[in-house]
Ligand binder design. Structure first.
Ligand code: PRP
Length: 230
């Protein structure tokens, strides 16, 4: 999906520290060792999710990190407000920003985007024998595309969280969501019926920033590449 972006900071500012956008939540812990191997040490309160600060300096004066929601990492980087970032392949699949280049699979944050249905409704919802379906998801684009490719018309209810509630409360017949351990599905009486895609976290960069600050941005890509090889 080609989103028209306002012509604001398109990653072209050649001064000031490089801004790296990192996701809050589960990936933050797994990212720690990769960052350390890349030689990046953010200030101590970066790891403290109760800290209200959003921007943190690092041991390198030419790099600051900002801590935002996973979906927003891609938005900050696509607009060039951050030049580099880490986000899940799920977010890149959903938005498909042309301004983002994703050179490295960091191999962390492994999970999958799946369709889940209420226990007892698995056969009815397997999709093979229906022409339309209602889906609750924070991935409306992925859900639409998935069902369109199967010739099924999907009515997608866009939620930002807690979509596991939707089938039991009559909002949808299935959900499309991230599954890691499966415990959230189990706790809410749902079963995974189809895997749409496997997901890991990617290093992403703003394409314009890579052109205008090639040594700095290219240097960070190489440091992450070396960190993965280490
Ligand atoms: C994700 C996802 C599920 C849960 C799955 O939410 O939306 O709710 O994790 O994990 P599990 O299979 O290990 O139970 P997340 O915790 O990332 O929070 P969010 O709802 O704010 O996106």
């Amino acid at each position: 999906m080609d989103l028209p972006l306002p012509n604001l900071a398109t990653g072209s500012s050649a001064t000031g520290p490089v801004i790296m956008a990192l996701p809050k939540g589960r990936i933050l812990k797994e990212l720690g060792p990769v960052m350390a191997r890349a030689g990046i040490v953010p200030s101590a309160d970066y790891r403290d999710e109760s800290s209200r600060r959003l921007r943190f300096e690092t041991n390198d004066p030419s790099l600051d990190v900002v801590r935002v929601r996973s979906f927003d990492v891609a938005t900050f980087v696509a607009h060039g407000a951050a030049q580099i970032g880490v986000c899940g392949a799920d977010v890149l699949m959903e938005f498909d920003y042309p301004e983002i280049y994703a050179p490295l699979d960091l191999g962390i944050g492994g999970c999958r985007i799946s369709v889940a249905a209420p226990v007892g409704m698995v056969e009815a919802e397997d999709g093979s024998r229906r022409s339309n379906i209602t889906v609750a998801s924070k991935y409306p684009g992925i859900a639409q595309k998935h069902y369109a490719s199967r010739g099924i018309q999907a009515e997608v209810v866009h939620l930002n969280g807690a979509m596991e509630l939707a089938p039991a409360l009559g909002l949808s017949s299935v959900i499309v969501d991230l599954v890691d351990t499966g415990s959230t599905l189990r706790a809410n009486g749902l079963v995974e019926i189809e895997v749409i895609a496997h997901v890991t976290s990617r290093l992403i960069v703003n394409r314009t920033a890579l052109k205008t600050r090639p040594e700095e941005i290219g240097g960070w890509i190489e440091r992450f590449r070396a960190a993965l090889a280490a």
